[in-house]
Write a protein that binds this ligand. Structure first.
Ligand code: GDP
Length: 296
């Protein structure tokens, strides 16, 4: 589907073999290809710009090591810069706080919030042997609370009993109380989404945050978000203050440029990726693997 960046760059640099250092002209030509590869990988434009500036600074004048071609050299510089921006290592969910630890899941409608909530709860229960309570705070979408209950039953995770007529803040408070009384280690709060970011959504998220005092606030976003990723991540981070990102649909065709975009604008790590609809399709985020995928 995509021509790999390495192939494109070796095409450009074939004619340059034998020279010592990368000149500004060589690098500019390579940067055009890099820019194109990043845009094809769905990296947001402002992030593409800052990324290529950083690569230019690193590449111009760099000595080409004898054993590799200039094309390979530039690919290495691009790869190193990507890994630097994505972070060196993977970050797990942080449960280092007094129990019950609240994890608040936020994001747009359809991003995969409920699915990811249940995947994380399942993993914490089965792998990490934690006692987890899930609660759906989505009182807007009919059957959202029921959906989480069914997923809980399928995966052996408790859900907070549904009480008709309660609002999100009331449910959040009830979940925290129930978790304390029931000796739960973790409370997963699956909040309501919207089709677009809007003011009432942000107000609701701030109120839920104040009520539950979550230790983690994970933004769930579709890996195919593309150019909107920057706006989405920035809005949630500024208004609610996220602690990490969960990228869903990494099993799709996309190259995962949203990971770079969202991390670049928020400074918050991608912690987990969703790789399918099934309840065990959840993986840690490995920066090097994503760097390879973005480069193609
Ligand atoms: P919410 O509205 O944000 O709570 O979204 P849901 O959790 O209901 O998910 C919406 C749809 O996306 C469902 O059909 C999920 O099965 C699907 N989905 C969620 N995560 C993934 C993923 O990682 N990969 C794929 N292929 N589908 C996913």
């Amino acid at each position: 589907m995509f021509e790999s960046l390495s192939d494109r760059l070796s095409g450009i640099f074939d004619k340059l073999t034998g020279r010592g250092a990368l000149s500004e002209n060589d690098v500019n030509e390579a940067l055009r290809e890099i820019r194109r590869a990043l845009i094809e990988a769905d990296v947001a434009l402002p992030v593409v710009r800052s990324f290529t500036d950083k690569v230019r600074n690193r590449a111009v004048g760099a000595e080409v090591v004898k054993s590799i071609t200039p094309g390979q050299m530039v690919v290495k510089i691009v790869h190193d810069q990507l890994v630097e921006m994505l972070g060196e290592e993977s970050h797990g969910i942080d449960l280092n706080a007094a129990a019950p630890v609240a994890i608040m899941m936020v994001g747009l409608q359809g991003s995969g919030k409920t699915t990811t909530t249940s995947k994380i709860a399942r993993r914490l229960t089965q792998r990490d042997k934690r006692k987890v309570l899930m609660a759906s705070l989505d009182t807007r979408r009919p059957a959202a609370q029921e959906q989480l209950k069914v997923l809980g039953e399928q995966n052996g995770v408790d859900t907070l009993p549904i009480i008709e007529g309660q609002g999100p803040v009331e449910i959040a408070k009830r979940a925290m109380t129930a978790a304390k009384l029931g000796g739960y280690d973790v409370v997963m709060l699956d909040t309501a989404g919207r089709i677009h970011i809007d003011e009432p959504l942000m107000v609701e998220m701030a109120e839920v945050k104040a009520a539950a005092n979550p230790h983690e606030i994970l933004l769930v976003a579709d890996a195919l978000t593309g150019q909107d990723a920057v706006n989405l991540a920035q809005s949630f981070n500024e208004r609610v203050g996220i602690t990490g990102i969960a990228l869903t649909r990494m099993d799709g065709d996309g190259r995962g440029g949203a990971a770079l975009s969202m991390q670049a604008v928020t400074g918050k790590p991608v912690k987990l990726i969703g790789t399918g609809e099934k309840s065990d399709a959840l993986e840690e985020f490995h920066p090097r693997r994503i760097a390879d995928r973005i480069l193609g």
